[in-house]
Design a protein. Structure first.
Length: 288
């Protein structure tokens, strides 16, 4: 028996048979990773969207739970600064469960790490008086996936943009397990660094399990608040590109050294169309 042409047309032309209706909101999904225009099947989500949500949720949970591959990261970071060793450090949170339940312990170095940094500085002062311009701290944070994938290419891009003209004396890169942002204050102070830059895995979202965050702090020391830091967020191929994040970081580093501060009093002007007019004894910044 042959197929009925009317039945065939009704099955193939979804828009005309009324069973599947095109959702105009879905056209906007190409502009964002946000969950918009999901459509519906009756009063529920379509099966494909429900499965996609469950997958994203699992990826976010895994990003929090997976341990950082210390050996692999150490090798990658060593290639970036061959003149200095990568220093392995640990917070006061002994394991992942403690880290998640006690955020305060993730903000401080444990005693063995403090001793290791103190011994390193003592050894350096036997050869020269060490005062570093920039200390780079890499911490696993809430997404080891973000650190594993994005840290090495970002630092490589940053060092390339800094170049020799910046004349920054870099401290040894420190790799911290179970660390949070404020642990950079301890490290920067012990390394006698003018600025500390903390690269850390950000809390995963349902569309961004691999987002890397960057925090800059001038004159780091224990007890500083987040108001003393500048943040650049969402560094990853699907977010803020390595090139753009490095450009903003170079700007903030330059301004921090000039003004001797970071935080709420240092604004990121890299997105402004600024025209600088100089007159005797006066500088005017006019934003378009």
């Amino acid at each position: 028996m042959g197929s009925n042409p009317k039945t065939l047309n009704a099955n193939t032309d979804h828009k005309s048979n009324g069973k599947v209706v095109h959702n105009p909101w879905s056209d906007l999904r190409r502009f964002t990773d946000a969950r918009i225009g999901l459509g519906r099947a009756g009063i529920s989500l379509p099966t494909s969207e429900m499965l996609a949500f469950q997958l994203s949720h699992a990826q976010a949970r895994d990003a929090v739970g997976f341990a950082l591959n210390i050996n692999e990261m150490s090798c990658r970071l060593s290639d970036l600064n061959p003149a200095a060793p990568v220093l392995h450090l640990h917070s006061q949170a002994d394991d992942r469960t403690t880290y998640l339940q006690r955020p305060d312990l993730g903000r401080k170095l444990n005693q063995s790490s403090r001793t290791a940094l103190a011994n390193f500085m003592t050894e350096q002062k036997q050869h020269t008086e060490s005062k570093y311009d920039l200390a780079i701290v890499v911490a696993d944070g809430l997404s080891s996936l973000a650190v594993q994938q994005n840290t090495q290419p970002f630092i490589s891009e940053l060092l390339g943009q800094l170049g020799e003209s910046q004349q920054l004396k870099l401290a040894p890169i420190t790799l911290v397990e179970q660390g949070r942002v404020a642990i950079g204050d301890d490290i920067g102070e012990l390394l006698n660094a003018q600025i500390v830059m903390v690269l850390i895995g950000e809390r995963p979202g349902l569309s961004s399990p691999d987002s890397l965050g960057l925090y800059l702090t001038w004159a780091p020391k224990a007890g500083l608040s987040d108001a003393c830091r500048n943040c650049i967020s969402n560094i990853r191929p699907a977010g803020l590109s390595y090139e753009e994040a490095a450009r903003r970081t170079v700007y903030l580093l330059r301004e921090a050294k000039k003004l001797k501060l970071t935080g709420v009093n240092l604004k990121d002007r890299t997105q402004d169309d600024v025209i600088e007019h100089q007159q005797p004894n006066t500088n005017f910044l006019i934003a378009k």
